[in-house]
Design a binder for this molecule. Structure first.
Ligand SMILES: Cc1cc2nc3c(=O)[nH]c(=O)nc-3n(C[C@H](O)[C@H](O)[C@H](O)COP(=O)(O)O)c2cc1C
Length: 199
């Protein structure tokens, strides 16, 4: 199933075709694909090149997958159960070099995930990010040190027929994709004033 963004201008096909399905095939993801996916994240830029991202990689059948799955909220568990890969993104709240608190680590981790997502698409896979999970459970399951915060879980894999999902979720696969207009997002002069190029 394809659900390309109805863009006003042409953009890169991988960005246009990315969306967040909930129907995943249980077919395993090849190791070399996973290696390239994490290599893409590795080369994301970050503040002071500190690379504050860490990932827990769960492959269905292993203990890490079970623990990540267990930390998901019930809503997400219902559909993520077939995902062959679950990835928990974790961020370092302090700079390693100076020990100072970072006010930007979530931005860096998000950017690494954006890189990773692009490679996921390039590999013919799909991904669905989730904020709906118990951070408390994640910390306990993986003995995450105090300096690190779990931020998101992503389900990854080959897409399956939406009709295989529970009815409620199957319907949602067909929901229209919407975005706010560019003139509500890109400003010049003062905050809130649309930049002429996007008016
Ligand atoms: C940080 C983040 C957290 C999200 N949390 C959830 C979640 O817990 N459950 C869920 O079903 N979708 C979740 N989503 C998916 C968003 O709802 C989805 O990306 C958004 O509706 C846009 O749809 P699209 O990705 O198909 O363009 C999350 C996405 C992001 C980026």
């Amino acid at each position: 199933m394809h659900k390309p963004a109805l863009t006003d201008k042409n953009i890169h096909p991988l960005l246009k075709n990315r969306w967040s399905p909930r129907s995943f095939d249980s077919r395993p993801v090849e190791a070399d694909k996973l290696q390239r996916i994490f290599e893409a994240a590795r080369w994301a830029p970050s503040s002071f090149n500190e690379q504050p991202w860490r990932f827990m990689l769960g492959i269905k059948g292993d203990e890490t997958w079970d623990k990540i799955y267990d930390s998901l909220l019930e809503w997400n568990r219902q559909w993520a159960v077939t995902a062959p890969v679950l990835v928990m993104a974790i961020g370092s709240t302090h700079y390693d070099k100076t020990g100072k608190e970072s006010d930007i680590y979530k931005y860096d981790v998000g950017q690494a995930i954006a890189h990773l997502t692009f490679q996921v698409m390039e590999e013919g896979l799909m991904m669905h990010q989730m904020g709906g999970f118990s951070k408390k459970k994640a910390i306990a399951h993986f003995d995450i040190p105090e300096q690190y915060h779990p931020l998101t879980v992503s389900a990854m894999g080959y897409q399956a027929d939406p009709e295989l999902l529970p009815e409620e979720f199957a319907k949602m696969e067909y929901n229209e994709r919407r975005r706010n207009a560019l003139n509500e997002q890109v400003f010049s002069g003062r905050f809130g004033q649309a930049a002429p190029v996007v008016e």
